[in-house]
Write a protein that binds this ligand. Structure first.
Ligand SMILES: Cc1cc2nc3c(=O)[nH]c(=O)nc-3n(C[C@H](O)[C@H](O)[C@H](O)COP(=O)(O)OP(=O)(O)OC[C@H]3O[C@@H](n4cnc5c(N)ncnc54)[C@H](O)[C@@H]3O)c2cc1C
Length: 408
């Protein structure tokens, strides 16, 4: 490694790690920045993998070089000595750091499938292995009715596959999407010919001559040529745990992304942080926008920034020709208000016990829900407690609700 002054080192070259590296330069850090990423490919965006399957680079080599970021692809960080401030790479190199950012993301959970071939989708390599098998007429079974499984179901249906989605819970997207918004997407899937089976678990997977036989809890079977498990992701915390850093379903950080070890920060899908907008409740997000924002905010914190990170959680998912967006934390709501727009699109607002807007969600064709969710996002950030009648009334522009004094 050129130079000897301790560098700022980032482990993980996904959305968060890359954004952090560039943000360090934007914030004026002129020392070394070293970015070690386990994957061999140039940094790429994950969201297209379940939608179009394309490889969309986050940045090119030229911009990394121009920003003087030392990028080490195919390089896994294998050990961490927090006392000596040294990150050990799998190839034996040892990097002394001034500050270390763990941006190690998450990995796909796997089903115990025995010998039956079951795909997951987290990396470009996963995507390549899967996409080649999604040919017209193939029977595709998606286990898990969450975002990634459903996005994949929609792209497989568009490619002419016969798709079945098997979901253990009583409905789709039960974790983060309100029931009536999830129902809009479920209807869209059914209209596109996707066979949705909720409230049933998989009890067996057996490889057959032509594919896989899936046995469901009630005894029914589903025959599939291709099986994909979309059963969530687990935070990648191996390095932190081995180094004795506090981990609790994510690397535990404060509102400045600082871990329990001095000089070590963590951000993106791998971290769990107390959210100031939700009474400091610990949250772990799996969201593209959050990963970007975390990267930029963690870079500021590494350089001594004092502002706590309090951005409103937000994510989107595209399924068929519909887009769904959620702002805030839906499970923080104890009450709901629904606005039915003249075009039939419903905007769901979640209120807490004090009437404060804590979440909003909607699904509709194209980009039709983006503006309303953006305005709701701004209301959530302001800790507004809007008049529920105004929220429900499609004749009252949300912009005017935003202009109302905070708290009413
Ligand atoms: C298929 C798919 C579709 C998605 N679609 C959407 C969407 O529509 N909307 C949305 O809001 N979000 C979406 N997401 C979520 C979003 O992509 C993630 O939240 C985001 O990528 C998280 O970024 P990250 O940098 O924290 O982690 P990651 O993107 O997981 O990157 C972490 C990187 O760190 C590397 N790494 C791990 N351990 C080590 C180590 N020890 N040493 C070195 N490198 C290491 C990993 O190999 C990986 O490259 C999607 C995710 C997937 C998988």
């Amino acid at each position: 490694m050129p130079g000897t002054a301790p560098a700022i080192v980032i482990a993980g070259a996904g959305e968060c790690g890359i954004r952090a590296a560039f943000a360090l330069r934007e914030q004026g850090w002129d020392g070394r920045v070293i970015l070690a990423g386990a994957e061999p490919s140039p940094p790429y965006e994950r969201p297209p993998l379940s939608k179009t399957g394309e490889l969309k680079p986050i940045c090119d080599e030229g911009s990394l070089r121009q920003a003087d970021i030392t990028f080490l692809p195919g390089t896994e960080a294998a050990g961490l000595d927090t006392a000596a401030h040294v990150l050990e790479l799998a190839d034996g190199r040892r990097l002394r750091y001034r500050s270390l950012l763990l941006a190690t993301g998450a990995r796909a959970r796997r089903l115990p499938s025995g010998r039956a071939p079951v795909h997951v989708l987290r990396t470009y390599a996963d995507s390549v292995a899967l996409r080649g098998r999604l040919t017209p007429g193939r029977r595709v079974a998606v286990i898990g009715g969450g975002f990634i499984g459903l996005e994949l179901a929609s792209s497989a249906a568009a490619l002419g596959c016969a798709v079945t989605v098997i979901e253990l819970g009583p409905r789709l997207m039960g974790r983060a999407v309100p029931a009536r918004v999830a129902a809009v997407m479920a209807q869209r899937h059914v209209a596109a010919g996707v066979d949705i089976r909720c409230g049933t678990g998989v009890t067996g997977l057996a490889e057959t001559a032509s594919g896989v036989t899936i046995t469901l809890a009630e005894g029914a079977t589903v025959e599939a040529d291709v099986v994909v498990a979309g059963v969530g992701a687990a935070p990648e915390t191996t390095l932190a745990e081995a180094a004795g850093i506090e981990v609790a379903d994510g690397i535990v950080v404060d509102t400045h992304f600082a871990t329990s070890a001095p000089g070590v920060f963590a951000a993106g899908d791998c971290c769990r942080y107390p959210h100031p907008l939700y009474d400091g409740r610990p949250v772990r997000l799996e969201s593209w926008r959050a990963a970007q924002e975390h990267g930029a905010a963690a870079a500021r914190a590494v350089l001594g920034g004092a502002e706590p990170y309090a951005a409103v959680p937000w994510f989107w998912t595209d399924q068929h020709d519909y887009s769904l967006q959620v702002a805030g934390l839906t499970d923080a709501a104890s009450g709901e208000v629904v606005r039915v727009r003249p075009d039939g699109v419903e905007i769901w607002f979640g209120l807490d016990g004090g009437g404060r807007l804590v979440a909003a969600a909607a699904a509709g064709p194209g980009n039709s829900v983006a503006r309303d969710i953006k305005l709701a996002d701004m209301l959530i950030a302001r800790r507004a407690a809007p008049d529920p009648a105004a929220l429900a009334d499609p004749g009252v522009p949300l912009k005017s609700v935003l202009r109302a004094p905070v708290g009413g």
